[in-house]
Ligand binder design. Structure first.
Ligand code: MN
Length: 130
């Protein structure tokens, strides 16, 4: 079976390392981008199966990145999952309004992260088949 390709957009090296490790250990292929602009470029060139998106990014924040990604027609079916430490009331809505399909809170829990991600991917897939 072909490995699913996940694009990680994350500026923090430690988080990038952790997410890459978790995904590769679970048989996913990883593509990395350390800024939003780079992430949008990479996404439109390599058509990932899903995108993990940090919200707190330098220059262009994750909300803006999500809106940009959603404007790319070829990426319509690619789930965007925000991965962020923002835990304030209203942030979840702000994330979802910007075009994300789900939300995983930081700090990342290595024991549950993959399951959290796959739950969101399944929900997105099911909603597309309704
Ligand atoms: Mn960040």
């Amino acid at each position: 079976m072909m490995k699913k390709k996940i694009l990680i957009i994350e500026d923090n090296e430690q988080n990038m390392y952790m997410l890459t490790y978790l995904l590769e250990s679970n048989n996913y292929q990883v593509i990395k981008a350390f800024t939003g602009v780079e992430g949008i470029r990479v996404a439109s060139e390599s058509f990932p199966d899903a995108i993990l998106l940090d919200i707190q990014l330098p220059e262009m924040d994750g909300y803006t990145v999500a809106r940009n990604l959603r404007s790319i027609r070829e990426l319509d079916s690619a789930p965007i999952i925000a991965v962020t430490s923002y835990a304030m009331v209203g942030d979840r809505e702000k994330v979802m309004d910007s075009g994300a399909d789900g939300y995983i809170e930081k700090p990342i829990d290595p024991d549950t992260f993959i399951q959290q991600m796959e739950t969101i991917l399944v929900e997105k897939r099911n909603s597309q088949h309704d």
